[in-house]
Write a protein that binds this ligand. Structure first.
Ligand code: GLP
Length: 246
C-alpha cells in the first residue's frame, strides 16, 4: 500500500492524472476502471488537457465505470452516463464502443450485472482502477454491509449516501434509492488501484480504510489486501492518519 499526501486538491488531481497518463503511454490499449463524483473531476480535466496539448491518445483505451443509479437513463443529467460523457468522454478521442457503464435502466438488473462482469473479463480485466471514497467508506456503491458483494450487483443505497449525494439533485427525494455497482472482487482483481480523497469530510473514512480492521462495514478497508493500491490524499483527508503513515 502506498500513500501519497499532497498539499491540496489540485496537486492530488495532477498526481492522479500522471498515473493514468503513464498507464496509457506504457500500454495504449489499457483497460481503465473509472469513478464518478466530485473527487475525480479535476483529474479528468487534467487528462483532457494532456490529450489536447500533447495528444495523449485514448483511441485504444477501454473504460468500465464502477456504477450507475437504477432508473436514470443516459440522458438524465444526474446519471453517471451523463456525467462521464460531459466531463470526460466527449472531450477525448475514446471510441464509443470502448466505453462501458452499467445500464441502470435495464429491465433485468441481475442479467445486466452478469453481462457486465463477463464484459470486463472478455476485455482481459482492469489494468488501473480509479476510486473515490464515500463518507461511510464505500467504494463504487459497495455500501457498508455484513458481507462483501463480489461481483456486479444491485445495491440499496444508505441514507448517508443518499443525503451526501443529494447535493447533485434538486432535493433528497429525487436521489434514486438503488444503484448497480461493480463488486469488491471486480475491484480487487484490477491490477492496480488508485483511490483519491480530498477534504476533511473524508478523513474518517480514509482512517477506517487504512488503519481500521478489514471489514465489509468499511468496504474501502479491503484495499489493505490489494497487491498494488495507492491512496492519493490531500492534507485534509489525511488529517486523522497516524504520524508514521504520513
Ligand atoms: C458516489 C460514487 C462513488 C464516489 C463517492 C464519493 O457515491 N458512487 O464512486 O467515490 O460518491 O463522491 P464524491 O467524490 O463526490 O465525494
Amino acid at each position: 500500500m502506498r500513500i501519497l499526501i499532497t498539499t491540496n486538491y489540485e496537486e492530488m488531481s495532477i498526481e492522479a492524472a500522471k498515473i493514468v497518463a503513464g498507464q496509457i503511454y506504457l500500454k495504449p490499449a489499457s483497460v481503465l476502471g473509472l469513478a464518478t463524483g466530485s473527487t475525480p473531476l479535476k483529474m479528468y480535466e487534467n487528462l483532457i488537457a494532456v490529450h489536447k496539448t500533447i495528444g495523449l491518445d485514448f483511441s485504444q483505451v477501454t473504460t468500465f465505470n464502477l456504477d450507475e443509479y437504477i432508473g436514470l437513463s443516459a440522458d438524465n443529467p444526474q446519471s453517471y452516463h451523463y456525467f462521464m460523457y460531459e466531463n470526460f468522454f466527449k472531450q477525448i478521442n475514446i471510441r464509443r464502443e470502448n466505453i462501458f457503464i452499467p445500464d441502470g435502466t435495464a429491465e433485468d438488473i441481475f442479467a445486466e450485472s452478469k453481462n457486465y462482469d463477463a464484459l470486463i473479463e472478455s476485455k482481459g480485466g482492469i489494468d488501473l482502477q480509479i476510486l473515490g471514497i464515500g463518507q461511510n467508506a464505500h467504494i463504487g456503491f459497495n455500501e457498508p454491509d455484513i458481507k462483501f458483494e463480489a461481483t456486479t450487483h444491485k445495491v440499496k443505497l444508505d441514507d448517508e449516501t443518499i443525503s451526501a449525494n443529494s447535493r447533485f439533485f434538486k432535493n433528497v427525494d429525487e436521489v434514486p434509492k438503488f444503484a448497480i455497482s461493480m463488486g469488491i472482487k471486480n475491484i480487487m482483481l484490477a491490477r492496480r488501484v488508485v483511490l483519491l480523497a480530498n477534504g476533511k469530510n473524508k478523513a474518517a473514512a480514509v482512517y477506517k480504510a487504512l488503519c481500521g480492521s478489514v471489514t465489509p462495514e468499511a468496504p474501502a478497508s479491503i484495499l489493505q489486501l490489494h497487491q498494488d493500491a495507492t491512496f492519493i490524499l490531500d492534507k485534509e483527508a489525511a488529517a486523522d492518519l497516524p504520524q508514521d503513515l504520513k
